[in-house]
Ligand binder design. Structure first.
Ligand code: AMP
Length: 416
């Protein structure tokens, strides 16, 4: 099978790495890719938001499967364009991707499907927002209704700040605060059958101890030794399957990856958000543990044959990924700096490796930083403590001027 992956972050590098290790994959392409992806796939300079360009590339390459990584191309209808060109595609239609693209749409689907989530109001004026804030009380949760790459959400006890964020958005969802630990659970679906993956936890705040601003994600780990037994089955039954069924009932069948961001609150499991694609950086640790070759799984989603798939096989061990971000991330990331020590960081036995996010090749073949999140240093081990040690050892060999990372990824979970 020839496979084309769309995107250019560490999530896509993780997807490409797994696909490149799958014997069923005869050719691997990625557009636009990055400096790391270029080591395992042929990269193509294509505008990933342009469905016609992506579909034309897929046809030209004679791809048997296109995998769309990020949310923006999905919301822009890239999967629709590829599907219309007759190429199997992993990723939902633009209409179904509104589950991520519009918080209000997601709330409506959840209400209809009886999926447990935070109570919420959709507000378009400052007056409405003020009323909603006062109805719930502090801490306040204010979400931009549109796509914001995980950065459109403000959680604060400062009423003025909450109101200011609401005023800066056209339409906001204001909701009750959910206490309790967060879990990311991914599922592969073809619109009918739902196959959950292993749960992971990510770290959204920029600084140790969950301080600082929200980011796209600074690290992740899997499995979650502290998670209640039966969590995956419960979420499949109460969240994932009803949501997929409700979307199909509405004529907006959802195929691809359904990502449930969950809070395990004192009153039970609640959905914080849905995403319509693999999460970054959780994908890096979930795929590190997946033993089933990836291409057939994604292809079964794209062709509506997930019910025929063998049960997924998983590594019993653990995986940890730590994001290296550039100086100034997330507000004003500095780019163009050389990255040293990439080869030295990789373990010969494959237990530690570096996934590239915002990188590009310089003129002399050196690797330069080219984005806010630059690398995802990933490691596996018998348990979280071992995976964690390996990830931080590898990270310690990498040099990036002004580079920043959290030092507490998986720390608590590894100690429990
Ligand atoms: P989202 O983009 O909806 O995932 O929100 C980003 C982050 O904000 C989440 O991972 C949570 O840490 C936090 N958050 C979102 N909604 C809530 C909520 N209702 N209660 C508490 N924290 C929330």
């Amino acid at each position: 099978m020839k496979v084309l992956v769309i995107g250019g972050g560490a999530r896509e590098h993780a997807l490409c790495r797994s696909l490149s290790q799958d014997p069923a994959v005869t050719e691997l392409h990625c557009a636009p890719g990055n400096a790391g992806i270029a080591q395992v796939a042929t990269v193509h300079p294509v505008d990933q938001l342009d469905g016609a360009q992506v579909a034309a590339l897929a046809r030209r390459l004679d791809a048997g499967l296109v995998v769309v990584g990020p949310e923006a191309p999905l919301v822009a209808g890239v999967a629709d364009a590829v599907r219309a060109a007759g190429v199997p595609v992993f990723g939902p239609s633009a209409r179904a991707a509104r589950l991520e693209g519009s918080k209000a749409f997601a709330k409506d689907v959840m209400a209809a499907a009886g999926v447990p989530t935070a109570r919420s109001y959709v507000c378009t004026t400052v007056e409405e927002a003020a009323e909603a804030l006062d109805a719930f009380g502090a801490p306040y949760v204010v979400k931009d209704d549109g796509l914001a790459a995980g950065k459109g959400v403000v959680v604060t006890s400062d009423r003025e700040a909450a109101l200011a964020h609401a005023a800066s958005c056209e339409r906001v969802v204001i909701e009750e605060y959910l206490d309790g630990p967060e879990v990311s659970l991914f599922a592969i679906t073809d619109g009918t059958t739902v196959v959950p993956l292993q749960p992971a936890q990510d770290f959204k705040r920029a600084l140790d101890g969950d301080e600082g601003p929200n980011t796209g994600g600074m690290g992740a780990y899997s499995p979650l030794p502290w998670a209640p037994e039966g969590l995956v089955e419960e979420v499949l039954e109460t969240v994932l399957q009803p949501t997929v069924d409700e979307l199909r009932r509405r004529g907006t069948e959802f195929s691809g990856l359904l990502y449930a961001g969950l809070a395990l609150t004192s009153r039970g499991t609640r959905v914080i958000e849905f995403n319509a694609r693999f999460g970054d950086p959780e994908t890096q640790v979930v795929l590190a543990r997946l033993r089933t070759p990836l291409a057939a799984v994604l292809h079964a989603s794209a062709t509506g044959t997930l019910d025929q798939l063998e049960p997924l096989r998983w590594d019993e061990g653990a995986a940890v990924t730590v994001v290296v971000a550039s100086e100034g991330y997330p507000a004003a990331p500095r780019t163009g700096d050389p990255i040293e020590g990439l080869a030295e960081a990789e373990a010969a036995d494959g237990t530690a490796y570096v996934l590239h996010a915002g990188t590009r090749a310089g003129e002399d073949g050196e690797v330069l930083s080219a984005g806010g999140r630059v690398l995802s240093v990933t490691a596996t081990g018998a348990d979280l403590a071992e995976a964690r040690t390996r990830a931080y050892d590898a990270l310690g060999r990498i040099g990036l001027k002004g580079g920043q990372h959290r030092t507490d990824i998986a720390l608590k979970a590894a100690g429990r």
